[in-house]
Design a protein around this ligand. Structure first.
Ligand code: E4P
Length: 217
């Protein structure tokens, strides 16, 4: 399973990248706004900076919602760097645009996916990635991980090549459950990635080893 970090924060991207396990970055307009980035030029420059920091796929989201606008915006985003993946919402014009991008060699991440039906459409249109939003599904009292398992099963039966990118991850447990359920990628906040490190027995065991090492010094 690939690990992406889900943030526009450069310090967090740097920290995750330095762990040596980072395969890419996802962003969205909310994450960019959180960093105080304003105006298309600043947004595009920010994507460029991220592409120069991380050697992996970098999702950059369109904000247009009609076909021609999505295509124009997506072409500009894709021109920023070869590693840019154009993130397109799961709407009617979005599906049409994903098909156009597929036919024209531009990779896509179909975002805001909440059902298996939407995931089938994204795969039919040739999306490189499909992003089911696990945490937001959990928030609405459905089980987000169940959706990952369902999509994984359908894609495997049907031979769809679209990669399942589990998004809206809220915890280290989500990452483990998504790995079990067949996600190809998890995009996670830094805290959830670092949460994977934690186990009290590791801390207790290390403290004991260090204590005993003093006896051998
Ligand atoms: C990433 O591609 C998604 O935009 C992101 O994971 C959404 O996460 P949220 O539900 O925490 O906003």
């Amino acid at each position: 399973m690939k690990f992406f970090i889900d943030t526009g924060n450069l310090a967090q991207i740097k920290e995750a990248n330095e762990l040596g396990i980072l395969d890419g970055v996802t962003t969205n307009p909310s994450l960019m706004a959180k960093e105080g980035i304003k105006g298309q030029e600043a947004v595009f420059n920010h994507y460029k900076t991220i592409c120069e920091m991380v050697d992996g796929d970098i999702s950059a989201e369109v904000i247009s919602t009609e076909f021609n606008g999505i295509i124009e915006e997506g072409k500009k985003l894709a021109a920023i760097h070869p590693n840019i993946v154009v993130k397109v919402p799961m709407i009617k014009d979005g599906v049409k645009a994903i098909k156009w991008f597929t036919d024209n060699g531009i990779r896509t991440n179909c975002t805001l996916v909440f059902s298996a039906g939407q995931a089938i459409l994204a795969a039919k249109a040739g999306a490189t990635y499909v992003s089911p939003f696990i945490g937001r599904i959990d928030d609405s009292t459905w089980d987000g991980v169940d959706l990952i398992a369902q999509i994984s099963n359908i894609y495997s039966i049907q031979g769809f090549k679209t990669e399942i990118l589990a998004a809206s991850i809220r915890s280290a447990l989500h990452i483990v459950k998504c790995a079990e359920a067949g996600a190809d990628v998890c995009t996670c906040p830094l805290d959830s990635i670092l949460g994977l490190l934690k186990h009290p027995l590791t801390d207790i065991g290390l403290a004991k080893f260090l204590e005993d090492a003093k006896k051998t010094a």
